[in-house]
Design a protein around this ligand. Structure first.
Ligand code: HMG
Ligand code: MG
Length: 298
């Protein structure tokens, strides 16, 4: 049986926009976040406190967090790879911080410039500080279904990182398909493996749609009882350290499917479509959500 409720985590303002070549003005990011919250999204990844040399697009994260009109009950989260990031997130009053590692050694090196083991040591300090400030701590695991550099990734390698993030005190753990190569059987194998070490109710699915598999992978995860999913308005995004990776699954597409399945999210699809139209206008191109484009054309 499928879950009756799903928590959607909107990652468009972060995962979506981090990959844009042209600078997106802070103004536009702020309006995007506010529109998404207006649509009923209660979890929005709005910032990333990483090196501006590595990801220039996220350099305005402090300003964005500072100027968003905060809505009570909404969790505004920020990526924090190290203590410098954590300190910036504290100053920005983030409600949740995200430590992001990888199930693949090669990707860990390319994305955060250290081994998996070294990343866990870095995260230990970040986790301790987050706990000391009573901030929610989320862990993210890239390349859980495949890696652009090493190819196959074994479910046991994902489980290994899940256990380490669990031991750091993560309140939630994201199983991420960075390059979108996963298919439903693989998705089920990975969740069945990792759920032996961590509660399924606190595992999420973060699917990129590069191979057009994201929705069916979400459906496969729903069948196992996974009830937290990440998505990106207008299907924005990609990862600067995963060449050719396209955006996250589009929020509009996920909502259209969940609405059809009678699964409650509290999110208004029409308003998300409008937010998608807004950011697509800003970027000067059509959005890549099929449901979003179909509904906008009506
Ligand atoms: P490093 O070069 O090893 O770090 O980078 P460092 O400590 O040696 O510092 C080098 C320079 O960066 C120094 O500046 C630091 O001050 C600065 P300099 O002295 O040269 O002027 N620096 C920082 N500046 C601002 N904020 C910080 C920070 N840390 C250091 N937090 C580091 C290590 C992790 C910082 C770097 O590799 C980095 O920023 N990587 C970011 C990669 C990234 O953002 N990737 C995209 C997000 S992850 C993702 O999209 C995947 C996900 O969606 C899930 C999925 O789909 O797989 C989450
Ligand atoms: Mg991602």
């Amino acid at each position: 049986t499928l879950p009756t409720h799903v928590k959607l985590v909107e990652v468009g303002p972060r995962d979506g926009l981090q990959n844009e070549k042209e600078t997106v003005p802070a103004e536009a990011k702020i309006e995007l976040v506010e529109r998404l919250v207006d649509a009923g999204l209660t979890n929005v990844e709005a910032a990333s406190f990483v090196s501006p040399k590595w990801v220039p697009q996220m350099a305005t994260s402090g300003e964005v967090m500072d100027r968003i009109r905060r809505r009570p009950g909404v969790v505004y989260s920020a990526l924090t790879p190290n203590m410098k990031g954590l300190e910036a997130a504290l100053a920005a009053r983030a409600d949740e911080v995200v430590i992001f590692g990888s199930a693949s050694e090669a990707f860990s090196q390319r994305n955060i410039n250290c081994s998996i083991a070294a990343s866990i040591e870095r995260f230990r300090e970040v986790a301790r500080a987050a706990k000391a400030h009573s901030i929610r701590l989320r862990g993210s695991i890239s390349c859980s279904f495949g890696c652009p550099y090493q190819g196959e990734v074994a479910p046991e390698d994902v489980a290994d990182v899940v256990r380490r993030l669990r031991d750091l005190g993560c309140d939630e753990i994201d199983i991420a398909d960075t390059i979108g190569t996963g298919t439903p059987a693989k998705v089920q194998a990975v969740y069945e493996t990792v759920a032996q070490d961590y509660p399924l109710a606190r595992l999420s699915g973060h699917f990129h749609d590069t191979y057009g598999q994201a929705l069916v992978n979400i459906y496969a995860a729903l069948q196992l009882g996974v009830s937290i999913f990440h998505s990106s308005v207008a299907g924005l995004g990609g990862c600067p350290y995963a060449k050719g990776a396209t955006g996250n699954v589009a929020t509009e597409d996920v909502l259209y499917m969940l609405d059809g399945l009678g699964i409650h999210t509290g999110v208004d699809l029409e308003k998300v479509v409008e937010a998608g139209q807004f950011i697509s206008r800003q970027l000067g191109r059509a959005g890549s959500s099929q449901a979003g484009n179909a509904l906008a054309a009506k």
